[in-house]
Unconditional design. Structure first.
Length: 466
């Protein structure tokens, strides 16, 4: 008992200072993936095994509990977050005002209201991102010689950087003597589907240290994309002559499938729409069991790109402009027209996949809370290589813990640091019933406590093992 108590104190002594240092030194952002990851602050990349390891670390699809066949049952993960405009502000100004007979009427913003909305920006640029993933099908077969998994994963994501100048211009118009600079504007939004084949196997280093290695090959179908590659546009209104001088310099590209639109412009659902882009992606990973209690993982995910070559269009502008002798409303419309640019057909363009590196570790204390069970402490560092939809070059760190306090019921806690929010706290629970496992997790508990939140993340996943 004394040895167990000593191990707990040493573990807490390691993790608590780490939480404090990260909390005061890093901004934060959630990244929605699997439910087990979500409930542990995206920290359990070295802990997940089997189908839970798909798209995280391909080497860890090798089961550690004797599972031979496993089927995933519609796992789903989603996150969305912003560093401006929390839900309370949105609900106050953009959902209408209560009126008679339980009706709502439009809310008309006065100068004070508009300024209150502008004050939600923490700096000159506001950021928004979302990432939604769900698996249409995945299955795993494990043998003594090789473990193989196949999966079909749908994903939509977006990254948006919106200068405060946009909202200022829309609320107050082109104020004389003021320069509106939109050069920080960026948008990346996409809808893709991955068809993946993953293989992995366990080897021994020095005949005694287990090491897992694995790789995934993905055929990527792209169904929609919109991105702003450049938006170096600005303008100024002269306070004396009211003459507007500006620069419109932007490039945006997009493509999208039309299979969901019927001939009469109504919505038409199809499970397999025609892709407007194709590409290949690769995941590489390894995991080593350094000691009985500690293992570490390393993976590179989504290395590759998509080439969009059907119905591709470009919107561009590159001109200096001057507008004079116009009324205020006409100036606004003319300025917007110049900034919007002109649209053209183009042959094709390419975009990278949301590539990233993940370094992770897990410390497992045996026989806790009872014999044959483990109390896990996890850590993960994720570094994105680009800022395409759903990804970020801002480093993200997660820490968490998992323990089976009740029979076949696992409880999880975690924290995520790095991105658009300060500190995101996660919680989750897992249920085991014979060969069926169900995991539920949330990355941010704030929405359950107050409406002053601007980030949410949830995950639900289950699989049936044989």
């Amino acid at each position: 008992m004394n040895d167990t108590r000593t191990r707990i104190l040493r573990t807490a002594g390691f993790f608590l200072p780490l939480v404090f240092v990260l909390a005061v030194s890093l901004p934060a952002q959630t990244i929605g993936t699997s439910a087990r990851l979500t409930g542990m602050g995206n920290s359990s990349a070295a802990l997940v095994r089997g189908l839970d390891a798909l798209n995280v670390n391909p080497s860890q699809i090798v089961p550690n509990d004797g599972v031979t066949v496993s089927f995933g049952l519609l796992p789903f993960g989603a996150q969305a977050g912003a560093d401006f405009m929390d839900y309370a502000t949105y609900n106050q100004y953009f959902t209408g005002t209560s009126a008679e007979k339980n009706t709502r009427v439009p809310t008309y913003l006065d100068t004070q209201d508009k300024q209150a909305i502008l004050n939600t920006f923490q700096g000159e640029v506001g950021h928004f991102s979302h990432d939604i993933r769900y698996s249409l099908f995945n299955a795993l077969l494990s043998t003594r010689f090789l473990t193989v998994a196949v999966g079909v994963t749908e994903r939509t994501g977006s990254n948006i950087a919106l200068p405060r100048s946009f909202a200022d211009f829309m609320f107050f118009g082109n104020e004389p003597g003021k320069t509106f600079d939109f050069s920080e504007t960026s948008v990346s939004s996409s809808w893709t589907r991955d068809y993946s084949l993953t293989v992995a196997q366990e080897f021994r280093l020095a005949r005694q240290i287990p090491i897992l290695v694995g790789a995934s090959l993905k055929l990527v179908h792209g169904y929609a994309y919109f991105g702003i590659d450049r938006f170096n546009s600005s303008f100024t209104t002269d306070p004396d002559t009211y003459e507007v001088n500006g620069r419109a310099d932007m490039v945006a590209r997009y493509a999208g499938t039309s299979d969901w639109i019927a001939q009469n412009n109504t919505f038409h659902y199809t499970l397999f729409p025609t892709p407007v882009g194709t590409g290949l992606g690769i995941d590489l990973g390894a995991n080593v069991q350094l000691t009985r209690m500690f293992s570490a993982g390393f993976s590179l995910v989504d290395l590759g790109s998509v080439r969009w070559d059907r119905g591709t269009r470009e919107i561009s502008a590159s001109e200096d402009f001057t507008i004079d002798n116009l009324s205020s409303s006409e100036q606004t419309e003319e300025i917007q027209s110049r900034l919007d640019g002109k649209e053209y057909d183009i042959p094709s363009f390419s975009t990278p996949l949301p590539s990233a590196m993940i370094i992770s570790g897990v410390l497992s204390l045996p026989d806790m809370p009872r014999r044959g069970k483990f109390w896990h402490f996890t850590f993960a560092y994720r570094q994105g290589f680009n800022d395409v939809s759903g990804n970020s070059t801002r480093p993200r760190v997660g820490i968490g813990t998992e323990i089976e306090l009740l029979y076949n019921v696992t409880f999880r806690l975690g924290a995520n640091f790095g991105g658009v929010q300060p500190v995101i706290l996660g919680a989750g629970v897992g249920f085991i019933a014979d060969n069926f496992k169900l995991d539920i997790g949330t990355m941010d508990i704030t929405p359950h406590l107050t409406d002053s939140f601007s980030a949410v993340a949830v995950g639900i996943s289950s699989h049936w093992d044989i």
